[in-house]
Design a binder for this molecule. Structure first.
Ligand code: FAD
Length: 383
């Protein structure tokens, strides 16, 4: 990617790679085994300034673009999938929702502590009865004087068990379709708000997933993000851009798997020669590298469009769809190249194989990405 990245982005990638190899990779197995939230790793990322990377300097951020953040996410994901999920959720879902949905007072109130990593953000859209169909939200929001009353529950909330500030999407009027959904920031400790950690995930085990329960939870009107009825549009806007970072995460997972496969193929001897000398293995590595670069180009295009303020919904869906499925194929091939060893812990490819799977599900499944892309194609045809 040298011709595409600026000198500064290449430097950033080198710094992050060094950090990821030194500080994240050695702990990745432990995070996976213990389901422990990577607290120290998050703190290190905050010290490096990446927890507020895409926020403006006035809120403590470093004013970075999505191309910059893409470089960071790829390097982190290549060492520890869970830590990359934690960071993406904090930055491109949680903090970005407050930045784009929030008033200047709300930005000043919440963003500096998120940028510095003193506080952790989460994004709560999915519910027990609905994930892909965000219009079917059951969590209700009812106005009561200067407060709203929230009732309902959210599922699978990444960072949920440790987060301080949640962007919650709730329905004020189900009959009003997308105009019925409103976004509101809810802080941990608000009476009527309970957090129940969820265990038993297949991969990405360190990302503190939780169920959120709102039982007559009273939240000040001052916490509403945007106007009443603008929540659905805000959620889609944030998902359109955050998907670019899921694609970047897939680049990292795929790179981690490919590097492990290259290195193992050079050292594993069968029939008197390293398996890397066999054409079957060489062609497999060639296919993996080609798919990885194709995914990176799609991701880079989506991030460039975002940074230039241009429409990017279809392109971010394409990047997420292709990168996640390519990462699945690459992880599977890397595991195959490792033979039996790849099937056992603590092989990094065994962990990557499991971590990758959810990238085809969260922030919109592959089917939903195909829907987004095909709708755009069909609209283009009609116009
Ligand atoms: C580890 C993890 C972390 C997550 N983190 C978060 C988070 O932080 N915040 C949050 O809000 N959510 C989060 N999610 C939820 C995630 O975004 C949803 O699981 C996802 O959007 C799919 O929704 P669902 O599980 O309800 O599946 P459903 O919507 O019930 O879909 C089930 C299946 O049907 C398919 N399908 C649905 N509709 C259609 C259609 N119209 N056409 C074709 N196929 C269709 C889907 O693709 C899927 O294969 C997380 C999920 C996981 C597993």
């Amino acid at each position: 990617m040298q011709p595409f990245y600026t000198e500064q982005q290449t430097l950033l990638a080198n710094t992050m790679r060094e950090f990821a190899n030194e500080k994240l990779a050695p702990l990745a197995h432990e995070v996976d085994e213990t389901e422990k939230f990577p607290t120290d790793q998050f703190r290190d990322l905050a010290d490096l300034g990446v927890t507020g990377m895409t926020l403006p300097e006035e809120f403590g951020g470093s004013n970075g673009g999505y191309k910059d953040f893409m470089v960071v996410v790829e390097e982190i994901a290549s060492a520890c999938g869970s830590t990359s999920t934690v960071l993406i959720t904090h930055v491109s879902l949680g903090a970005q929702t407050i930045y784009h949905g929030g008033s200047s007072a709300q930005r000043a109130r919440w963003l500096p502590s998120l940028a510095s990593g003193k506080k952790i953000a989460a994004f709560a859209l999915t519910e027990p009865s609905t994930g892909s169909d965000a219009l079917a939200l059951e969590t209700s929001l009812t106005r009561d004087g200067d407060d709203y009353i929230l009732n309902g529950s959210k599922l699978f909330c990444t960072n949920g068990a440790v987060a301080d500030i949640f962007s919650v999407f709730a329905n004020q009027n189900k009959k009003a379709g997308h105009r019925g959904v409103t976004a509101i920031a809810v802080e941990t400790g608000t009476p009527g708000f309970t957090i129940n950690p969820q265990h038993g995930k297949m991969g990405m085990k360190g990302c503190a997933t939780a169920e959120l329960v709102f039982d007559n939870c009273r939240v000040p009107v001052a916490n509403r993000l945007g106007k009443e009825g603008e929540g659905y549009r805000l959620a889609l806007q944030i998902l359109d851009s955050s998907r670019i970072m899921i694609a970047a995460q897939c680049l990292g997972l795929a790179k981690g798997a490919l590097n492990a496969a290259i290195s193992y193929s050079k050292s594993r001897i069968t029939f008197g020669k390293p398996i890397a000398t066999r054409q079957a293995i060489q062609f497999s590595l060639a296919d993996m590298a080609t798919e990885l670069d194709a995914a990176r180009l799609l991701t880079y295009r989506a991030a460039s469009l975002y940074d230039e303020g241009l429409p990017h919904g279809k392109e971010s869906a394409m990047a997420k769809l292709y990168a996640s499925e390519a990462a699945g194929r690459i992880a599977s091939k890397a595991l195959q190249i490792h033979g039996g060893v790849g099937y056992f812990k603590p092989s990094p490819v065994e962990r990557i194989y499991r971590d990758q799977r959810v990238t085809e599900i969260y922030e919109g499944t592959s089917e939903i990405q195909r829907l987004i892309i095909s709708r755009t194609l069909l609209n283009d045809l009609i116009e």
